[in-house]
Design a protein around this ligand. Structure first.
Ligand SMILES: Cc1cc2nc3c(=O)[nH]c(=O)nc-3n(C[C@H](O)[C@H](O)[C@H](O)COP(=O)(O)O)c2cc1C
Length: 180
């Protein structure tokens, strides 16, 4: 059984090279201009599957995801995001909701990683998204009807990119890495 599993893993690793993984990570961009085009339910399901398979501390999985297609709610969210008025262009927003009681120490780490899995999967599907950091979380939580132990980690606007920005710079490894 264990041998079979490891053979399968080798097969998967051959199908997707390290270069493929790095290319996806390097080429992903934050998208802030979107086409007026709907996203299929299958694509949304894949994004959620990517989030569901995220790692989490002690495997607590302290998250849930709200799929928002209601234009009125999307417009209201765009007004609550300090640097996210572009949200109003998209057909779908996924809200990443953490449960503070389930993982009091790690809920932000866990849900941030789940959100990033969505970002990477979106890019692999030719979809664009952008992390929304600053927003009026109190009002957004009310709008999305979150309950008391829940925290709105981020909202991810999703759509087909209208324009893809130039690559954003990164610090050089030599300035980031030290050895002991
Ligand atoms: C925690 C976090 C918060 C962010 N908040 C916003 C935001 O509120 N609005 C926005 O337009 N971009 C936001 N971004 C996107 C960053 O500006 C972007 O990732 C960065 O400039 C690098 O560009 P890239 O994602 O295209 O590589 C956020 C990213 C992170 C990780």
């Amino acid at each position: 059984m264990i041998r079979n599993d490891s053979r399968r893993r080798v097969k998967i690793m051959k199908e997707m090279t390290p270069e493929d993984v790095l290319k996806l990570m390097k080429e992903r961009r934050s998208i802030r201009a979107f086409k007026d085009e709907m996203i299929s339910d299958e694509a949304v399901e894949r994004l959620l599957e990517a989030a569901r398979w995220c790692q989490s501390a002690s495997n607590k999985q302290p998250w849930r995801f709200i799929i928002i297609k209601d234009k009125d709610i999307i417009n209201k969210l765009s007004k609550l995001a300090a640097y996210g008025s572009f949200i109003k262009q998209v057909p779908v927003v996924i809200a990443i909701v953490a449960n503070k009681e389930t993982a009091p120490k790690w809920y932000i780490h866990d849900t941030s990683m789940a959100a990033h899995q969505i970002c990477l999967m979106a890019w692999s599907l030719s979809l664009g998204t952008c992390w929304i950091g600053s927003m009026n979380r109190e009002k957004a939580a009310e709008l999305l009807q979150l309950s008391a132990p829940e925290y709105l980690t981020t909202i991810l606007p999703l759509g087909y990119p209208k324009t893809i920005p130039n690559p954003t710079p990164r610090k050089e490894l030599k300035d980031l890495v030290s050895s002991l």
